[in-house]
Design a protein around this ligand. Sequence first.
Ligand SMILES: [Zn+2]
Length: 249
Amino acid sequence: MLNDDDLNRYARQVIIPNFDEEGQKKLLNTKCLIVGAGGLGCPVALYASAAGFGHIKIYDQDVIEISNLNRQIAHKNNHIGNNKAENLVQECKKINPNISIISEKKYFDETVDIRNFDLIFDCSDNPKTKYILNYLSHKYKKLLISGSAVQMEGQLAIWKSGLNIDYPCYECVFPRTDEKAPTTNCREAGIIGPVTGLIGSMQVNEAIKEIALKDYRSSAGNLFLYDGLTLNLDKIKLVKNRQCPVCSK
Ligand SMILES: [Zn+2]
């Protein structure tokens, strides 16, 4: 049974028949890892906290700079110089003090033990972290919900290769190459704030579907491409690479 405070807090979602109290209990029991407390990590953590994901840990080693504030919506002008993960946790607690949420002021790497988490939100902004998250999520059979955004374009994908061998993984679709990839990070290519807000919101929407709904169609196995210039959302069916070094074994 949900307590009275939680019944009121989550009233607008538990009245949805496909969700109801059972769905809320599932969210409250879910352990989430959020990697990155920037443009994607802010909306992901704020919405995940508000929805009542009960256990959240946020990783980010960076400090808040003034140039982050056009998109990293939890961080305010008077937070400049603070650690991003720590600050984001404080802002999430203001929305929902009933959940357990903690920060880690560290760079996420392959030594992090992800076995205790149910769900990983990839809110990172670099390929190296995305490959590590993909490898660990496949190895330990975790649901990985990945977002990225640059300029006015965003990407979203739900990866489940560890849970179902027929699904592709991130590295099936984006194989590593020796060549230096062209720069596509926010610092050098630019980013419009609402694009990260949209993609981050969609990451949490997919997480709620996967964890809480009784009846839903998983979006895993597809890549969603959002174009803020045309307002198009393209859905691309992904193919598993049977020689993938991560998920074919
Ligand atoms: Zn793969």
